[in-house]
Design a protein around this ligand. Structure first.
Ligand code: SAM
Length: 272
């Protein structure tokens, strides 16, 4: 099997051909977090975003973050980039423009933006240090870079469930995981290296599932992060087994919830 940066990028591209698993993960965090959890709102609040700031959102995904800013009357340029054509399609609307491009090679002149965000995406990038240098290049003096990134261990219980199902089925996961080692522990030193400063705010929380269905939906959406892409021939039967185990867990534990610790950090830096 081929491994390396190109294979890694292929795994990422395959994961985001269709954004429904991403949407399942976003909806799960919105509906089943123990404490309210909205990274988009937190980023806006922490940045105290001036309404005329020119903003680039790297790895814009569904585009909700940019469309909300547009809806709320943001007057500065709102630009998204993403390697997923479906993300570009969903993001482009109103005053929001979106381009098919990579974090590793931003198609913009130096000092083109006041703010660059990279929300929950740096763990997909083959060379995160280079992506940070690119973000720094396109920021104006005093511009701000802000990234959200998961803790190294997040939702371990649900990941364990998924891994146990894969292992018990005798399936060998792909060596080309779409995730690298970037986490709330490893990103701050990289930001300090590129920007000379960094501020990190951690948000610790948990997912709490009261029924099997949302747990199963979330666990199935984690299969690609455990080496089973949506196009893997074993995906369907592994998803069925996950659903069965979720149902069994709740019938074996009447009156209990499935609680799983999770968390992420907002890491920001200023282009001095
Ligand atoms: C986990 S999703 C996050 C989407 C969005 N930022 C959010 O927080 O909802 C990761 C996004 O990054 C995109 N992506 C992955 N690698 C990328 C790269 N090298 N350059 C640009 N976008 C990338 C994916 O296509 C996907 O849309």
């Amino acid at each position: 099997m081929t491994t390396g940066p190109a294979a890694h990028q292929n795994a990422v591209t395959a994961e985001y051909m269709d954004l429904s698993p991403l949407q399942v993960r976003i909806t799960t965090h919105r509906l089943y977090s123990e404490c309210p959890d909205s990274p988009d709102v937190t980023v806006r609040d922490q940045l105290r975003l001036p309404s005329d700031a020119d903003l680039l959102d790297v790895g814009c995904g569904t585009g909700q973050f940019l469309r909300d800013l547009d809806h709320d009357g943001h007057t500065g340029r709102l630009t998204g980039i993403d390697t997923s054509p479906e993300a570009i399609r969903q993001t482009t609307a109103g005053r929001v423009s979106a381009l098919h491009a990579s974090a590793s090679n931003l198609p913009f002149a130096p000092e083109a933006f006041d703010i660059v965000t990279a929300r929950h995406m740096l763990y997909h990038v083959p060379d995160p240090l280079h992506a940070l240098q690119e973000a720094r290049r396109v920021l104006r003096p005093n511009g701000v870079f802000a990234a959200t990134v998961n803790h190294a261990t997040t939702a371990p219980r649900t990941h364990d469930l998924v891994r146990a199902v894969i292992e018990d089925a005798g399936v060998t996961p792909s060596a080309n995981s779409p995730v690298n080692a970037i986490s709330s522990d490893t990103l701050p030193p990289l930001l300090r290296q590129v920007f000379g400063n960094v501020t990190t705010v951690r948000y610790d929380n948990a997912l709490v599932f009261p029924q099997p269905e949302p747990l199963a939906d979330f666990a199935v959406a984690l299969l690609p992060f455990n080496g089973i892409s949506a196009t893997d021939p074993d995906h369907g039967r592994l998803a069925e087994e996950i659903r069965g185990r979720a149902v069994r867990w709740f019938s074996d534990h009447p009156g209990q919830v499935w609680r799983d610790p999770k968390g992420w950090a907002l890491c920001s830096a200023t282009a001095t």
